[in-house]
Design a protein around this ligand. Structure first.
Ligand code: MN3
Length: 198
């Protein structure tokens, strides 16, 4: 079955003033839509390669599947972990997990914002659950790589591709990150932690 662009759980203007409506519309309806379309194309081509027993053709497609599949997975989580009712501080299990790993929520925020701001080029900052260490951790990925590739389970991702903020924040990535905390949907992040631990 082909992948489909998921609807946003809120209007394009719902995250203003922190993330503007035009950025949200272009990001969702053009960028995410393109990842979905190209992922479907690559998977169709992969089926053809498998059916014809062409391993070299299949290997050649893995880059497109990683990039566009990552783009689809990453953005699908990104929309869900933002909300017009977001922001504030996490509570319950997720708050305890963050305190345990980072010392405090403020310490986590500082580390997350600082490390995500300095990603070179395009990429993502992530709060993840490590099923080996059984604790949450921070990581960054380049381009559309997803932390599942290194065995981590992503709980919250921040897109710092310029398309995510340039219309409103231009080159001021740290200002975009600072604003983004106001829309983080901690209820969803808490659900993601529960699912990751299950
Ligand atoms: Mn993006």
């Amino acid at each position: 079955m082909a992948y489909a662009l998921p609807d946003l759980p809120y209007d394009y203007s719902a995250l203003e003033p922190h993330i503007d409506a035009q950025t949200m519309e272009i990001h969702h309806s053009r960028h995410h839509a393109a990842y979905v379309a190209k992922l479907n194309e690559a998977e169709d081509a992969l089926k053809g390669a498998i059916e014809s027993g062409d391993a070299a053709a299949a290997v050649k497609l893995t880059g497109a599947i990683n990039f566009n599949g990552g783009g689809h997975v990453n953005h699908s989580m990104f929309w869900q972990t933002m909300s017009p009712d977001g922001g504030g501080v996490p509570t319950g299990e997720i708050a305890a997990a963050i305190d345990d790993a980072f010392g405090s929520f403020d310490s986590f925020k500082g580390a997350f914002a600082g490390q995500t701001a300095v990603i070179q080029g395009s990429g993502w900052g992530w709060l993840c659950y490590c099923p080996v260490a059984k604790r949450v951790t921070f990581t960054t990925t380049a381009n559309q790589d997803n932390p599942v590739k290194t065995g981590l389970k992503p709980l919250l991702g921040l897109d710092v591709w310029e398309h995510a903020y340039y219309l409103n924040y231009q080159n001021k990535r740290p200002a975009y990150i600072e604003a983004w905390w106001n829309v983080v949907n901690w209820d969803q992040v808490a659900k993601n932690l529960q699912a990751a631990r299950a």
